[in-house]
Write a protein that binds this ligand. Structure first.
Ligand code: ATP
Ligand code: MG
Length: 138
């Protein structure tokens, strides 16, 4: 069944000029791009996005990093999009990521790990709505 997920090319990957390569991987894997934009977010906006992690020790550092430069936010669509994107991304820590995954190829550390992908239906819905208005998804 066709499903939508939400993804971010994180500031590290954008800074290193990996946006085009990562988008090519995403398209090659069969995802349709429903909506896409480049933007920069404030620390407060990053905190709102990652609020589920607010008690974690890395929260301050993560939200600092996510607001450190431009990102590319996008809504992607395909059958089984949520799980398939997570597979294409690879493990959170690139040291543990499988060969061929985006994080294996482009991520430098467990924090600066190139790409975000929603982990479930409910988080995908929240994250899409956090970055995109309904009219942008029509
Ligand atoms: P994302 O939610 O960004 O797709 P994920 O689901 O693989 O990544 P989460 O556990 O949700 O991983 O963590 C969110 C983000 O927080 C990670 O992608 C990474 O940038 C950062 N992070 C996670 N664990 C650590 C850690 N131990 N130290 C520093 N940063 C971390
Ligand atoms: Mg996550």
């Amino acid at each position: 069944m066709t499903q939508r997920t939400f993804s971010i090319i994180k500031p590290d990957a954008f800074r290193k000029g990996h946006t085009g390569a990562i988008l090519a991987e995403i398209e090659k894997a069969g995802f349709g791009i429903v909506a896409i934009k480049r933007l920069s977010i404030s620390k407060a906006q990053a905190e709102g996005f990652y609020y589920v992690h607010k008690e974690r020790p890395f929260f301050a550092s993560l939200t600092q990093f996510m607001s450190s430069g431009p990102i590319v936010a996008m809504v992607l669509e395909k059958d089984n999009a949520i799980a398939d994107l997570r597979k294409l991304m690879g493990a959170t820590n690139p040291a543990n990521a499988d060969e061929g995954t985006i994080r294996k190829k482009y991520a430098a550390s467990i924090e600066e790990n190139a790409i975000h992908g929603s982990d479930a239906e409910d988080t995908a819905k929240f994250e899409i709505g956090y970055f995109f208005a309904g009219y942008e998804l029509a």
